[in-house]
Design a protein around this ligand. Sequence first.
Ligand code: PEP
Ligand code: MN
Length: 346
Amino acid sequence: MILHLVQGTPQESVHALRSMLEAEGLRTFLSPESSRPIVAIVDKVPAALAAALAERPEVSEIHQPAGDWRLVDRSYRELPSVVRIGGVKLGGGQVSIIAGPCSVEGADFMFEAARAVRSAGAHLLRGGAFKPRSTPYAFQGFGVEGLRQLKDAGEREGLPVVTEIMDAADLPAFLDHDVDCLQVGARNMQNFTLLKAIAGAGRPVLLKRGLSATVKEWLYAAEYLAAGGCHQVVLCERGIRTFESATRNTLDLTILPLLREWTHLPVVVDPAHAAGIARLIPPLSRAAVAAGADGIAVEVHPRPELARSDGPQALLPGELAGLVAEARVIAAVTGRGLHALPASPR
Ligand code: PEP
Ligand code: MN
């Protein structure tokens, strides 16, 4: 249950209300919302207490989330939340583009890829250093060395970086390399130990939807992050497993408008891991922006045929530039634009 208190309710009254609820054995959270106090009650509220709460003068509205989450519920914020990754915003009514290779493949390669991402007009640089590969014989990523190569390339181009963390034990290395955003991949969406471990790291998290996760399960995973203190969560739809085998996965755009109703979190769409085929990515990206996505995440490689992972779904640098230009046009149709780019160091 989420309580919206009357604007201007004094802090002492908010405190007294929470103390009363806590004394009843109900845990509460206070929203970081600045416009007015919003209190989430974690535990089930007995009917008599719910009725009494509705009568209290400081309570203006009571909301019931559509699922068993609290802090990621739409009603926990006055406006949809805006996540800041380095100097880049995600959410807040404008669109951002995340792009980069699937895997970090070396220092010079990363500089080349970052240059392409910057000149295409994308906002954030991605690249995996720890790779969740389906077989143990496939390229597993350069690990910590890859984090350094990614971050160096991002700094040279003035692009904040996003990269996947698979093991909580690696978190110190991610923080040492000042990774701007931690990606939780589809295979780890329900790794609750990992979610709890990174929630307190003070970094934004890009939470990809699990291969077979329902929207509710996905929001429960986001709730783990929020309950652990992470208020900077971005959801990423990347396709789900269905009976369809013509494409790698099935991009589920159906849930975009529903997520708008259910959660305040920004939502990015990754059509690359959904389609698995590069030429399908531009039309799917247009569809995602038209359906209201806050951002697009794609993979780019200067020589896709040599890519160490996910080559068939990698865009060429020129194709990425075209995708960014189209995203701007479609965003305009939906009354939006692209977010400002981070400052260039040159
Ligand atoms: C990736 O982003 O390269 C990746 C492995 O994504 P996903 O977890 O969505 O498969
Ligand atoms: Mn990939």
